[in-house]
Write a protein that binds this ligand. Sequence first.
Ligand SMILES: [Zn+2]
Length: 333
Amino acid sequence: MLYDFKWPIYGHQNQLKFLQETISQDKLANTYLFYGPSGLGKKTIAHYFAKSLFCQDAKQKPCDKCYHCRMIEKNTFLDFYKIGSREELNAENIREFLRNLSLSKINADHKLAIIYNTETINIHSANALLKTLEEPPANTTIILLADSIVNLPATVISRAQLLKFQSLRRQDMEAWLSNYKLTPEEKETIINLSFGRPGLALRMMDDDLENFKKSSNFILKLLSSNTFHFMQAVDKWFAVLKKEYPGYKVYELGILTKQYLDLMEVFLRDLLWIKLDRPIVNEMYKDQLVDLSASFSEEKLLKNLLSLNKIKNKLKYNISPQLLWENLLLSLK
Ligand SMILES: [Zn+2]
């Protein structure tokens, strides 16, 4: 049967073709294991796979109009099982989930279960899962989603049809982002900072880039101010952080500031790249970066990048992050 698949997915062409063919040819495996870093769209693909499998339309999959499609969107479709928020994935819940899956009777002609975050299940849950995979209930397909398979038992992996997901190519990211209202510079910056993972891009765009802009302006201010103002800004920043997160331990405050160190690294590298005439990451701030690059030498920037990396490593060791930031800022100037 030739269906018209309507999945709003960019990239992953081979995986989509494979999955859609298994539906067209009615050749479903008992178990699939989708794996690859978070933010690639594995969940969305599993969702559209399920919807297409159950959709009652003769041509378009999914049609979004039939009874099954509507029930799935409302999360009330009885043959579609899901589990996997991190609290849910203990051995007892998994056993219960698998028992329900085996015992329940089928309403449509197939049952489908999705287990999210499979990489976090412990050995007891894995054993329960293995039992089900070894003797799968009739007409039932299980999709396991995992960000990584290194910690999954080989016995589980070997029972599944594996589908590896990788970062999207630049052209797929561009095509996808053209659905959003962005300036060319915003689009470029998002592509550069999301590494082919739409999930990361969505997180950046979540608040119309407000958080990213705020953080970027803060880093720019630090980089362009003199030592005295720099120290003042850091003092103020940590006073606010301590007030906002009163119970936080030293290393927890450190983790809060790590994203700023990451962004600082992007800025420092861009400054160096401007000097070397190479394409930069943060296109949104190109003008300011070009201006700022005049006040740093290439050697200085290289040195700064190195000391920043040392400081990043030290954050793990319960050293006051404020002290580390002050050291960084002193060495920057
Ligand atoms: Zn439908």
